[in-house]
Design a protein. Structure first.
Length: 421
């Protein structure tokens, strides 16, 4: 079989590596992929948002199955376009990807169907948002409606900060059209858990839970990033909480999307907060999380292509999806300065003996040499019987990788280990 994977980061590298375990796959094309995954896939320089070019490529290469991984192409309708050419896909259609593409949509969906989430109000006029904030409690959370590269959420500690955030989104348009509408929402507290789930609209199969580390610096300090590391499973996510989430969040979300005529097929990501009043949804993503995927998929025992095809064919309830009873830790190595400005183009060495544990997010081949090309450069993942061993294993991998200006958090997994005790 010939496969196509749309996207080019660490998440896509993890998906490709897992898919490759299936012996029926003869070739995988990554659009655009990156130089660091060139040994695992044929990378083709087509932008993940160029739906016409992706579709034309898939038709020309007679692709048997396509996986669309990032949010942008999903929201833009890549799956709809590929399906229209008869190519089976993994990923939601545009009418379902809106669950991530519009925060106003997802908040209204949760309200309509009684799915627990933070209280909120929606505004499309700046003056009304500012007036509302006069009496709103702080801290408060301001969210741009549309996709904003993971940066469209501002936790404001004071009213002034909240008003500044509203002005920057609605007046200065720092997130472009994504800020035409905003959500102002109640500030929740509690440990965060990421749960990715396979769903075909009929069955909901949660994967092993995980914990992201979003801030750039140790001790959860510094700027928000795309994610600096992950561990799985998340020790806060007990069997009891998992059952409650299934009953009050996962199945109701699947049923709500069906009832709206927007059946969601693919990987649905639940960003949850375990509040004193029970688990609540912080956000939905219409795709695998990054870097959650770099710990969740290595723990998947079952064949990924078989699971994905069952989602496509709506036969998910007929197969078993099994996870290893181990722990995983992924430490992200980034370019110094990320998520603000950083230098790139530094040679990157990944020893062969650990290459299978490394997911490359931002590298390119220049004059035959692999060099850094992004903020997040790679993730190193270790699996072990205990979380403690997985964490130390991941840091041992990191020590074996070198590039100039590398930076990484030294406390990935620390919070999880503390919560475990
Ligand atoms: P996002 O950029 O959408 O992944 O969200 C960024 C982070 O903002 C989340 O991981 C939470 O830590 C935080 N956050 C979002 N909404 C809320 C909320 N209502 N209360 C507290 N924290 C929140
Ligand atoms: N790690 C969170 C995300 O993928 O958006």
């Amino acid at each position: 079989m010939k496969l196509l994977v749309v996207g080019g980061g660490g998440r896509e590298h993890a998906i490709i590596k897992k898919l490759k375990e299936n012996p029926t796959i003869t070739e995988i094309f990554a659009l655009p992929g990156n130089g660091g995954m060139a040994k695992d896939a044929t990378c083709v320089a087509i932008d993940a948002k160029n739906i016409d070019a992706i579709t034309a490529f898939a038709v020309e290469k007679q692709i048997d199955y396509a996986v669309v991984a990032p949010d942008d192409p999903l929201v833009l309708g890549a799956v709809d376009a590929l399906e229209a050419k008869g190519i089976p896909c993994f990923g939601p259609r545009a009418n379902a990807a809106i669950i991530e593409g519009s925060k106003v949509f997802s908040k209204n969906l949760m309200k309509k169907y009684g799915i627990p989430t933070a209280e909120y109000a929606v505004f499309n006029k700046m003056e009304e948002a500012l007036a509302y904030l006069e009496n709103a409690p702080v801290p408060t959370v301001i969210k741009a409606d549309g996709l904003a590269l993971g940066k469209g959420v501002i936790i404001a500690q004071t009213r002034e900060e909240a008003m500044d955030a509203v002005r920057s989104m609605m007046q200065d348009k720092v997130f472009g059209k994504s800020g035409d509408q905003i959500v102002i929402e109640e500030f929740l507290t509690g440990p965060e858990v990421s749960v990715l789930a396979f769903t075909d609209g009929k069955a909901m199969v949660p994967m092993v839970s995980s914990m992201d580390h979003k801030r750039a610096g140790d001790g959860d300090t510094g700027l928000n990033t795309g994610g600096m590391g992950t561990v799985a499973p998340n020790p806060c996510y007990t069997d009891e909480i998992a059952e409650e989430c299934m009953r009050s969040i996962f199945l109701p979300t699947m049923n709500a999307m069906n009832a709206e005529g927007r059946t969601f097929k693919g990987c649905l990501y639940f960003g949850l907060m375990l509040t004193p009043k029970g688990p609540k949804v912080i956000e939905y993503n219409c795709r695998f999380g990054d870097p959650e995927t770099q710990v969740v998929l290595p723990l998947l025992e079952s064949d990924l292509l078989t699971v994905m095809q069952a989602v496509t064919n709506e036969t998910l309830s007929q197969i078993e999806v099994v996870f290893k009873k181990e722990s995983a830790c992924c430490v992200i190595m980034a370019s110094k300065g990320y998520p603000s400005s950083y230098e790139k183009g530094f040679p990157l060495q990944i020893p062969d003996e650990i290459a299978s544990n490394v997911y490359v997010a931002g590298a390119t081949i220049k004059d035959g040499v692999l060099v850094t090309s992004g903020g997040r450069v790679l993730g190193a993942t270790a699996l072990a019987p205990t979380l403690e061993e997985a964490v130390s294993g991941a840091y041992k991998l990191v020590e074996k990788i070198s590039f100039d200006n590398a930076f990484y958090r030294s406390d990935i997994g620390k919070k999880a280990l503390m919560l475990k005790r």
